[in-house]
Design a protein. Structure first.
Length: 126
């Protein structure tokens, strides 16, 4: 019983640590100065599979409840996503394969992929 309780406590602790962390998980082009970079938050139920026609694998760790923070250069970019959760589930996440987004990223600004009413949307963060 103590081992189970310890295991549950560790999982909860890692989840809170993951939520509190805002460091970048991935940087698309490490040569881009930080003042010319935008940020894309990817939730744990989405994987970015390509960015500007280059294969990437931006996804949150399996036990993380927090989105990953990706540093991307400012400018217009196209990226493609897959959802990691099968469709028709209790979370209401749609089953998406190969959905493409094109967005003009503004330096210093953040953007997030979210599930809104059963559709994966890209929103601007204020």
């Amino acid at each position: 019983m103590k081992k189970i309780l310890l295991g549950v406590c560790l999982i909860v602790a890692f989840a809170f640590i993951g939520c509190a962390s805002s460091k970048m998980s991935f940087v698309y082009d490490p040569g881009t100065p930080s003042e010319l970079m935008s940020f894309l938050w990817v939730p744990n139920y989405v994987k970015v599979i390509s960015f500007d026609d280059k294969e990437v694998e931006w996804t949150a760790p399996p036990i993380s409840m927090a989105p990953v923070k990706v540093g991307v250069p400012s400018g217009e970019h196209t990226f493609v996503i897959d959802t990691l959760i099968e469709g028709n589930n209790i979370a209401g996440v749609p089953n998406v394969r190969g959905k493409s987004y094109t967005k003009r990223f503004v330096a210093g600004k953040g953007y997030q992929l979210i599930n809104r009413n059963g559709e994966i949307q890209l929103i601007d963060l204020k």
